[in-house]
Design a protein around this ligand. Sequence first.
Ligand code: HEM
Length: 538
Amino acid sequence: AAPAPVSPTGRDTGADPTLAAQGGEYLTTAHGSRRSDTDHSLKAGRRGPVLLQDHHFREKISHFDHERIPERVVHARGAGAHGVFRSYGTASRISSAAVFGKDVETPVFVRFSTVLGSRGSADLARDTRGFATKFYTSEGTWDLVGNNIPVFFIQDAIKFPDVIHAGKPHPDREIPQAQSAHDTFWDFVSLHTEAQHHTIWNMSDRAIPRSYRTMEGFGIHTFRLLDDEGGSVLVKFHWKPKLGVHSVLWEEAQIANGMDPDVHRRDLADAIEAGAHPEWELGVQVFEDNEEQMFEGIDLLDPTKIVPEELAPVQPVGLMTLDRNPSNYFAETEQVAFNPNNLVRGIDVTNDPLLQGRLFSYLDTQLSRLGGPNWTQLPINRPHAPVNDMLRDGMHQTAVHTGVAPYHPNTLDGNNPFPADEPARPFIDHPAPVAESVKERGAPASFDDHYSQARLFWLSMSDVEKEHIAQAYTFELGKCWEQSVKERQLQSLANIDAKLCAVVAEGLGLPAPRPTVEHGRIAPSPALSQIGGQWPLD
Ligand code: HEM
């Protein structure tokens, strides 16, 4: 069932959304008039024509005509589940968020997804997976909208439409669906070489997970946690599956996509139904919140970079268990609206330019996807905390607000929602310094190294994993028509690793170019106790 109805205004409107549409014993029209026949239209005589006055006929057809809403512009195909997040209390040292209190249990809804395929595409496409979690905390909703790969293709949100246009099916024939095997994708990632790190993860087995239950999740961006004393730290969020990380072979993925394109959503639902409730531990890497926002030469605001766990260990803060399947796909999995703006006291954003752009995009897209500004009233999106806002009216408004003065302050409403005093535990707007005051469109120099971490990833792979990566590049690039695109991508591979480049070049029947960059410093190696140990949470 949908979460218990909580009035979006914090006041009881008496409307139970689960009963509103399906309560009575008889078939009725939408306005409750009983009907005995829903199989025959009203005609002038048995042989027609059909009469315009048949309201039941017109309502039934017309409502059906409007049953579809736009699919998400990205991450259209997904599967969701309800569960609970139990906090260990370890993060309460660095964040005042209620969700991190010791033994606090918070209901969650998670939606896993592919990125590029349409709603009806196959689950086991080679693609990044979305891993979005809605925490219905007692102090408002917190959304952690992450992926199963810890880095992203681009460093600035202004390029998001470009990377997605390049990755989506070609505009002329809509081929292919959710696979990287086409010219525009390789054209983009070889021209925008900051994408090379994410791309090598996509060519690895991580992009064909065995199950949603065996995927890691990453918040990717660096976030800021705030405590009650005005202290702040920077963190990166990680979900670690209790079942471990597992993938399929490319051949298995091909077979599964053909025989059961729903393989991942089926696996998730079946496991939950059978009582094999999947679990993930949430952990954080913690960094000092200083002006540079750098850690061991890694720019923490660059979403194309990881911080190796050897340098900043992932410290566990709680356990999530998914234990309930949705009862209505549309009302829950489709209408859920995640948004990186959904933050609560103690959790805040940083200046990562990719994250900053996301803060605009989600709200904006949901205005059209969910038909206006009132989607927070949909049952799956309702906070499990009292709401008392001054937002009124609009398309699809279902709350019945009371009072005459929806503004603040006012002296007219008996139930004036704003007492004179500050509310207890308000959201903290952290007074972070702004570094530069000159308007410019460039990126910091620390964003310039596009290859060291791709190389780090490659070097960390076992031999069999390396073989799979080389095969994936060869297969996917082999689908390109344009030779110049293949050659430019080979140049990037040469800059990542000469051996990788040589194997793929041979597979494509092309010469292997020489690297054009010096390999950057791969892995800084200060003692763990000096770096990772500086923010022990236990
Ligand atoms: C949807 C993750 C970057 C725009 C999603 C979803 C996930 C996600 C998991 C699906 C949510 C769901 O299941 O409903 C990420 C991650 C990013 C990233 C991890 C980078 C670290 C961006 C950027 C933009 C963007 C830069 C735009 C500037 C969107 C839009 C949707 C979406 C428009 C559809 C939302 C909806 O219709 O409800 N993203 N995304 N994303 N993302 Fe992102």
